[in-house]
Design a protein around this ligand. Structure first.
Ligand code: SAM
Length: 273
């Protein structure tokens, strides 16, 4: 396999000036990219879904690790650069041009399990994260999520009860996943640098607790954290049976949402499901 040209050269040759509208902040440090690609463990021979490859920095790190990559990219300008990368790794890279929010990832990937890795704009990343972890279908076909977020969002995902960062994202990520903050990434690592610091979050799915409806848990956390300063007996008033069930489970209705553990939310959702 020949040496790949530096990413800066690819960007210059293909005229890939970063577009603000597409949330483009590129990672060019190949050692850093190799470290991100190593977070899910050995990817040799494994199937990977990457969203938003851009000029292909993370993509080449994944290919170097021996993965077979399907990459969804919205920006037409990036396609020739990605095609060039595909020529260096014949049969290992499939590029899909489109909006990852509109595509059906399951149909695209077939029946073989796959790891998901991505460095995406904040709003797209959060929307996909909620979709991947939501819904009644469980366990998922994906084996892990390794995603770049702005650091503040990453901290909300791994937050523990009784902290201001703890909320709906934490419960969502932690009730059916083991979530950790895998790596902090300084803003200067990106071209152009974003205003805030970033961090990579890694989530592995765990078996879903039985008889719990994901939809009920979502409604519960929406109501509870929607009025997080209020006591639960107040914020859950609109959910039929919630306050009584809490009392039955020995959860004091005078508590506030952020004091409930993920397990307590799950218990409550199970009884209400
Ligand atoms: N992965 C590259 C890297 O680390 O250097 C690029 C990261 S850049 C932050 C995000 C990439 O996602 C851009 O290439 C952008 O065009 C792409 N993108 C943004 N929204 C998208 C969407 N809805 N579907 C697919 N790709 C998207």
């Amino acid at each position: 396999m020949g040496e790949l040209p530096p990413l800066r050269e690819i960007i210059a040759r293909h005229g890939l000036s970063a577009s603000k509208a597409l949330g483009q902040n590129f990672l060019l440090d190949e050692q850093l990219l190799d470290r991100i690609a190593a977070i899910p463990g050995d990817l040799n021979g494994k199937q990977v879904l990457e969203i938003g490859p851009g000029p292909g920095g993370l993509t080449r790190a994944l290919l170097r690790a021996g993965a077979r990559v399907t990459a969804i990219e919205m920006d037409t300008r990036c396609l020739p650069a990605l095609a060039e990368l595909g020529e260096t790794y014949p049969g290992k890279l499939r590029v899909v041009h489109g909006d990852a929010l509109k595509l059906h990832h399951g149909e695209l990937m077939g029946s073989e399990p796959f790891a998901i890795l991505s460095n995406l704009p904040y709003n797209v990343g959060t929307a996909l994260f909620v979709r991947w972890l939501g819904g009644e279908d469980w366990p998922p076909l994906w084996t892990s999520l390794t995603l770049m977020f702005q650091q503040e969002v990453a901290q909300r995902i791994v937050a523990q009860p009784n902290t201001s960062a703890y909320g709906r994202l934490a419960v969502l990520a932690q009730w059916r996943g083991y979530a950790k903050l895998a790596m902090k990434v300084h803003r200067s690592a990106f071209t152009p640098p974003p205003k805030v610091m970033s961090a990579v979050v890694h989530v592995e799915p765990v078996a879903m607790p039985e008889s719990v409806s994901a939809r009920t848990l979502e409604r519960l956390t929406e109501a509870a954290f929607g009025q997080r300063r209020k006591m639960l007996r107040q914020s859950l008033k609109g959910m039929s049976g919630a306050v009584e069930t809490m009392a039955e489970l020995g959860i004091d209705p005078q508590r506030r949402a952020e004091t409930l553990t993920v397990a307590e939310f799950v218990e409550l959702a199970r009884e209400l499901s």
